[in-house]
Design a binder for this molecule. Structure first.
Ligand SMILES: [Zn+2]
Length: 470
């Protein structure tokens, strides 16, 4: 590792080191170019945006433009915004004690300018890590100019200081993020007078506080997020502020089931070693992802607020947990989610979607219809129903198979041996002899035949019973 020289500790040392002030936009552009040259991922862990959102964001940074992200909930907007911090220098010099991170060689606040005039090169310098150069705020109706920009300090006023003197300002969030990235989430919810204040601050570099005009030439990358419909609604954002954003990046949900599954695998909550081993077969993950994709197309669900990737993640956690609960209750060593675990996702879905209309009673039906569609699509990717006809033919008379989410895997293995062809059919999706894996695959086959209208299904006392067609 290269030996790092001691960082300058005063303005004099800083100047002697050859340091030159740069704006945040120049700094980010320089660091982005370097990362691109090294072919280093700028937004690690962001899946499915490689050809869409990320190039837009990179172009905005190369252009020095403020950015607004338009997208529904759960589209990684906040994560991208926070990861932009990676494009800042590891540390930057600031005047020690300055409330707004003044550059030691180009201070803007009155206190620092007075101090530099009085103490010159001996003024001490601190080094601010990049993590501390990021601020964000959710726009809500109760935010005030004081919160966001600043207020006149009544104590300092009482001391007789001239009101428009910057010494009398109590700085708000944005000035405190000077030389950093400031994000406003759900920008259209910001009150109009705050939008005006924000615009003045960014464009005119001065701002009115309690009727006093105060000059505040901040250096900030402004980033915002908004729901696309709110953003395009006339009057939700004042036109000059809208024009101020040089770039719009439209985010989106994962376009493929594979991306949805990758995100689920990466984001689900993990626990320590406590509990049984868990194995989730690919088809179960795909059903969860497909369920979400179908929900995003459903006219019964409010698409304006969206169907977040967080639904996939939560449902994935739910089926794994139900499998763990079963394994522990039955004393089985391996937890493998299966079809009878799926009804449990009602709990993790219902809180995260909004239905069109007010008929909450329909919720259960909507969710089960979507599940059925998801199972059908995934099953028919693995199987051709025609090839399973010999299996279906055995379901005659009173012959039936019972399954349930609390039935031991050994019962399934016995069943599978009674039905010729079922074991072979499970091998299409299961390459393990472990009973828990077989049990899950056997249920998948039976349910697949049911959703393809080759077997009847009834529910009774917590049991699912598959029978032949009458
Ligand atoms: Zn200062």
């Amino acid at each position: 590792m290269a030996k790092r020289a001691r960082r300058p500790g005063t303005i004099g040392e800083l100047r002697a080191s050859g340091y030159q002030p740069v704006s945040i936009k120049e700094e980010m552009r320089r660091n982005l170019l370097a990362a691109l040259r090294r072919r280093e991922p700028i937004f690690p862990g962001i899946i499915g945006y490689e050809d869409t959102v990320i190039p837009q964001v990179e172009n905005a940074i190369l252009s020095g433009q403020d950015i607004i992200f338009l997208g529904e909930r759960g589209q990684a907007k906040s994560r991208i915004m926070r990861q932009m911090v990676r494009l800042l220098d590891e540390v930057v010099p600031v005047i020690r004690g300055c409330e707004i991170n003044d550059d030691p060689l180009a201070p803007i606040c009155r206190a620092c300018r007075d101090r530099v005039a009085a103490e010159g090169d001996t003024v001490p310098v601190d080094w601010l890590p990049r993590e501390e150069r990021y601020g964000e705020k959710l726009a809500t109706p109760d935010i005030s100019i004081a919160d966001l920009i600043g207020d006149v300090d009544p104590i300092k006023v009482a001391e007789g200081r001239y009101l428009s003197d910057e010494l009398a300002i109590h700085y708000g969030l944005i000035p405190r993020t000077n030389r950093g990235i400031f994000c406003i989430n759900e920008l259209p919810d910001l009150a109009e007078r705050l939008q005006v204040g924000l615009f003045n601050l960014m464009e005119e570099r001065d701002v009115q506080i309690r009727g006093y005009r105060i000059r505040l030439p901040l250096d900030i990358l402004l980033v915002a997020s908004a729901n696309p419909e709110d953003y395009t609604n006339r009057g939700r954002i004042i036109t000059p502020l809208k024009d101020r954003f040089g770039a719009q990046a439209r985010t989106h949900y994962p376009t493929s089931i594979e991306d949805e599954v990758r995100i689920m695998e990466m984001e689900h909550r993990r626990f320590g070693q406590e509990g049984p081993e868990v194995f989730t077969p690919p088809y179960m993950k795909e059903i969860i992802a497909e369920f979400t994709h179908q929900a995003r197309k459903s006219p019964d669900i409010n698409q304006r607020s969206g169907v977040s990737v967080r639904i996939s993640i939560a449902n994935y956690e739910t089926i794994m947990s139900n499998a763990v609960r079963r394994a522990v209750t039955l004393g089985e060593p391996l937890a493998v989610p299966r079809i009878t675990d799926l009804p449990h996702i009602y709990a993790s879905t219902a809180s995260k979607i909004e239905l069109e209309g007010f008929e909450d009673a329909r919720e259960g039906k909507i969710i089960s219809d979507l599940l059925r569609k998801a199972v059908t699509l995934v099953f028919n990717r693995y199987y051709r129903v025609a090839e399973l006809e010999p299996l279906v033919a055995q379901f005659t008379g009173n012959f039936s198979v019972e399954v349930s989410d609390m039935m031991p895997a050994s019962s399934y293995v016995r069943n599978a041996k009674e039905i010729a062809g079922l074991l072979d059919a499970t091998k299409v999706v299961a390459d393990s002899e472990r009973p828990e894996v077989l049990a899950s695959a056997a249920e998948f086959v039976l349910e697949g035949l049911h959703v393809n209208k080759r077997l009847n299904k009834t529910r009774q006392d917590g049991q699912t019973i598959y029978r032949g067609q009458p």
